[in-house]
Design a protein around this ligand. Structure first.
Ligand SMILES: *Cc1c(COP(=O)(O)O)cnc(C)c1O
Length: 467
């Protein structure tokens, strides 16, 4: 093969004009970045930029960038990297449980509990009464059992982990009967057939996409002699309408009992108070599923419950104890900080203070209150020279719950010349603000903004939108 042709002399001359890596690293602005990110990372940024500059000179034949321009580009690359850290974001999208924004914001009580324990040692596995080793999460489990009406509870890292663990303990090497209409995919790659396979259980599909009857389950049990579990999965993020049928939970429970099998319900959402109270129909409540005879119910702690990331398993005491002893439980267990936050969130439920939980408060806020709120914002912004219109919109619960159900909501609508540019500026600002663009307008939904975020939000909007 012929060697690559040597670059012509003028290109070589221009490449020689590029500063050396060490020279850029010695510039004060870059040194400030190094003080924050360390020498290796910043050196990597500088090398990447120089490499790109060399390629541009070779391929496009332009001038080498000036040293000052490379310093500016290095600092910008460093800032972009820092912007990739998980940061506080004001959620003005109207999606209450926004998966990309960490689902449920924690309550004041939960945040205080984390602040009070995180920086020190804690009694996480110590019984302060006896001074001996204590059960991790004992209060949390008692509170969950109390609130759901189940005999016992256990919490792991998320609901996906809960389902994996439960099926592994109760059905590994045996059959799990699941409807073809419930083989769902939840965001983030949770697919029921795949998790089921990884649990070591064997999937036995019954029914059709749209209709499955109790006798379909009964036939599957007759045809396979190794069935251990009937699995019901909540179709969290989509809805079936039209010619559809699924057996009531009570019927499946009766069938499971009659055949000596277990009924496991992957519920996802985990509502402890009925969303129907605020006009949101169709989301099952955990207590109901327990009451209707599911032996084990799994749900997320950070969906409708409004707590930290976590996966709750509630059910019959004997089964929960078996699941607790499974070696996977230790690998999937809940972290120390979410545990503290979940206990505090459950205290709010025990005290009947549901509105103290931000996701619940955002869901339950009546449209008129949202309208008053955004109207106040509009007046405030008008006084600062920023024009906006108050418009009615549909907000969403999100997080794979109450699919398709729109909450009536109100938003401020803005019409800047460069709507994408403004949205980007808001995202990268301090604080970061996530708004929504619809039909070319920037919408700032009043439902999902937390009370103490209103001042910073108005400041960010003023900075981004003042002409
Ligand atoms: C959301 C959901 C899951 C996954 O929950 P994570 O807590 O995100 O792991 C599993 N099953 C159902 C039915 C869900 O809705």
């Amino acid at each position: 093969m012929a060697p690559p042709s040597a670059p012509p002399d003028d290109v070589k001359a221009r490449l020689r004009q590029l500063p050396k890596v060490d020279r850029l690293l010695g510039r004060p602005e870059v040194e400030a970045l190094t003080a924050r990110l360390g020498p290796r990372l910043v050196k990597g940024l500088v090398q990447d930029l120089l490499q790109r500059a060399r390629e541009e000179v070779r391929e496009q034949g332009g001038e080498a960038p000036a040293e000052d321009a490379l310093v500016v580009a290095t600092v910008a690359a460093g800032r972009q990297l820092l912007n990739r850290r998980a940061r506080r974001v004001i959620n003005a999208t109207g999606v209450v449980l926004h998966t990309n924004l960490g689902r449920a914001p924690l309550s004041r009580r939960a945040v205080d509990a984390i602040a009070a324990t995180a920086g020190g040692y804690s009694s996480i596995e110590l019984d302060l009464v006896t001074g001996r080793r204590g059960a991790r999460g004992a209060f949390m489990e008692i509170a969950l059992a109390q609130l759901t009406g189940a005999e016992a509870a256990l919490v792991v890292n998320n609901c996906a982990a809960a389902v994996l663990l439960v099926l592994n303990e109760l059905a590994a090497g045996r059959g799990v009967v699941v409807s073809r209409g419930e083989q769902v995919e939840i965001g983030g790659g949770f697919r029921v057939p795949e998790v089921l396979a990884r649990s070591g259980a064997k999937m036995i599909e019954v029914g059709t996409t749209n209709r499955t009857r109790t006798r379909d389950y009964a036939r599957a049990i007759d045809e396979h002699d190794d069935v251990a579990v009937l699995l019901r999965v909540h179709r969290s993020n989509f809805r079936q309408v039209g010619f559809v049928e699924e057996p009531p939970l009570e019927e499946l429970s009766a069938l499971a009992k009659e055949r000596g099998l277990l009924l496991v319900h992957d519920l996802g959402g985990g509502a402890l108070v009925d969303p129907a109270e605020v006009g949101l129909m169709g989301e099952p409540v955990v207590q109901d599923c327990v009451g209707k005879g599911a032996d084990v119910v799994c749900f997320s702690a950070d969906k409708l419950l409004g707590g930290p990331q976590g996966g709750v398993v509630v059910g019959r005491a004997e089964l929960v104890e078996r699941i607790r002893k499974n070696p996977l439980q230790r690998a999937l267990r809940l972290g120390r900080l979410p545990l503290v936050a979940l206990e505090a969130t459950l205290e709010s439920y025990l005290a009947g203070e549901v509105d103290a939980i931000p996701a619940q408060a955002a869901m339950r806020r009546v449209p008129e209150a949202v309208r008053e709120r955004v109207t106040r914002w509009r007046e405030d912004l008008a006084a600062r020279g920023v024009a906006a219109e108050v418009v009615q919109v549909g907000a969403q619960i999100g997080g794979g719950t109450l699919a398709e159900i729109a909450l009536a909501s109100w938003a401020l609508a803005f019409d800047p010349p460069d709507v994408d540019g403004v949205a980007q500026q808001l995202r990268q600002g301090e604080p970061a603000v996530m708004a929504r663009i619809q039909a070319g307008r920037l919408l700032v939904d009043g439902r999902t903004v937390l009370d103490d975020e209103q001042g910073p939000l108005l400041q960010a909007l003023t900075a981004a939108l003042r002409a």
